[in-house]
Ligand binder design. Structure first.
Ligand code: ADP
Ligand code: GLC
Length: 482
């Protein structure tokens, strides 16, 4: 029997992406198809989504959804089923999915994502002309109210689909005031400690966790970490209370988009057997970033510029990295202060530090294919995808030992080198000294070309494509919706 899943999120590749959430949501349909699970993706009808939707058919009309006229439009994108919530008052705007062109979050995000969640609950529960779904799978706080609507205010014909919430990042919880609660259309009994109430306000992610049959997060280590206040960030109590429903399922990578043998973004394509070709990519990258050529390693960074990613700590250690013989190429988007810091570092070290700000998908591929080592000093990392791309591309990951980074990289310590299984470098804690030591260790490994190639080959052998994790989600759905 084919199981049907409605996967609801605020972003998906190839249409809207600010981070790894989009990669995962975009990959799930393909990951689940071999397991007889049909995933339909549902996202807000941002202009880019409506433009890309092929054969769109209106399947439901809301005269007023959270105060805005709206329609559900079903079609396909890249051959995969996708349903958009077309509500121009809410989603037809310049700027990003969460913030305006100046970078400030939209004031009405609570309304925008409550609307998305209400419509998802209607759709999954058979409240529209579309067939109901076996499972509603909500991603992050933006879809957090969807399971809560199914629990507290189900659509009329509710056959009760199973409810799953995936936490991609505990740092974003969708916290709003208590004053919005009456506008959500939930019954009074939902305002409870095991409902949507959260420290006196309204908590969207909290509501989703409380209303779900299963809670998943994107790596086994992060699943354990979020029981600790430092990582649970206020929700650790909820996680502890529901430990028996919490699962850590590692993200995979989409091998059709991220494969160095076929990647059209790379000047030179290569495999573990033809590693020598990488040098062409490295030279092209040096030219692109205005860097000198020498024998030292080219460190690369591809990231959101935020506190989570430890970029402030990297700034402190840039001078050391350069002084010790490394070079740095950084692609980042986000915090203006951090951006200014890297601009200043590039000015201090012409030819040795190069920076690009903004979002550039093609360049991110070229950096993975040409950099020697990818630096990821994250303070927390639910899964992390860039280290998985780095492993596949022979760009040695140098990572903080946390969350998914801890689960996917094997540190090149003496034991791992002796067993010939090392795939990268790990360090504990994020700050000047741990980073300085990790950079020194990387430089020392890079000075031994034979050893370095072995680490690259080991990393390229790792299979972090979706096969294993697709099966884990399929097993979970089967258990919840037998
Ligand atoms: P997060 O979702 O926390 O940002 P992940 O490592 O899971 O971290 O995913 C980040 C995704 O976004 C990866 O696909 C990465 O290549 C991409 N990315 C991040 N910053 C940029 C950027 N400035 N330009 C292009 N791609 C980026
Ligand atoms: C979040 C996390 C990242 C994870 C991604 C996809 O953005 O920060 O670690 O890989 O979601 O699950």
């Amino acid at each position: 029997m084919t199981r049907s899943v409605l996967s609801v999120a605020s972003e998906t590749v190839p249409l809207v992406k600010t981070g790894g959430l989009a990669d995962v949501v975009g990959a799930l349909p393909g990951a689940l198809a071999p397991h007889d699970v049909a995933v339909t993706t549902m996202v807000p009808g941002y202009p880019a989504v409506l433009r890309a939707l092929v054969d769109g058919m209106v399947i439901h009309v809301y005269p007023s959804l959270m105060g805005a006229p709206a329609r559900l439009v079903a079609g396909t994108v890249a051959g995969l089923p996708l349903i958009a919530l077309d509500a121009p008052d809410l989603f037809s705007r310049d700027g990003g999915p969460y913030a305006g062109p100046q970078g400030y979050d939209w004031d009405d995000n609570w309304r925008r994502f409550a609307a998305l969640s209400r419509a998802a609950a209607d759709l999954a529960g058979g409240g529209t002309r579309y067939p109901p779904f076996d499972v509603l799978h909500a991603h992050d706080w933006q879809a957090g109210l969807a399971p809560a609507y199914l629990r507290f205010a189900p659509p009329r014909r509710a056959p009760a689909p199973a409810r799953v919430t995936t936490i991609h990042n505990m740092a974003f919880q969708g916290r709003f005031g208590a004053d919005i609660f009456p506008q959500l259309g939930l019954p009074d009994r939902a305002w409870a400690i095991d409902g949507v109430e959260y420290y006196g306000g309204t908590g969207y992610l909290k509501a989703g966790l409380e209303a779900s049959d299963a809670i998943t997060t994107v790596s086994p280590s992060y699943a354990a970490e979020i029981t600790d206040p430092r990582f649970g960030m206020g929700l650790e109590g909820v996680i502890l209370a529901h430990q028996d429903r919490v699962h850590g399922i590692l993200n995979g990578i989409d091998g059709t988009l991220w494969n160095p043998e076929t990647d059209a973004h790379l000047p030179a394509r290569f495999s573990a057997r033809t590693l020598a070709r990488r040098i062409e990519n490295k030279r092209a990258l040096e030219t692109e970033f205005g860097l000198v050529t020498d024998h030292g390693p080219l460190f690369v960074v591809v990231t959101r510029l935020t506190w989570q990613k430890g970029m402030d700590a990297l700034l402190e250690v840039v001078d050391h990295l350069v002084g010790a013989g490394g070079r740095l190429a950084l692609l980042g988007a986000g915090d203006a202060g951090i951006e200014a810091g890297f601009r200043a570092a590039a000015a201090r070290h012409p030819g040795r530090v190069g920076v690009r700000f903004g979002y550039d998908e093609a360049l991110s591929h070229r950096m993975q294919g040409g950099g020697d080592a990818l630096l990821i000093p994250s303070r927390f990392e639910p899964c992390g995808l860039t280290q998985l791309y780095a492993l596949a591309y022979g760009c040695v990951p140098v990572v903080a030992r946390t969350g998914g980074l801890a689960d996917t990289v094997i540190d090149a310590n003496v034991a791992a080198l002796a067993a010939d299984v090392a795939t990268g470098v790990q360090f504990d804690g994020v700050g000047y000294h741990p980073l300085r030591i990790a950079i020194n260790r990387t430089l020392a490994l890079h000075r031994q070309p034979e050893l370095w190639r072995r680490i690259q080959r080991n990393s390229m052998k790792c299979d972090f494509t979706w096969a294993r994790s697709g099966r884990a989600y399929a097993d979970l759905y089967a258990k919840l919706a037998p």
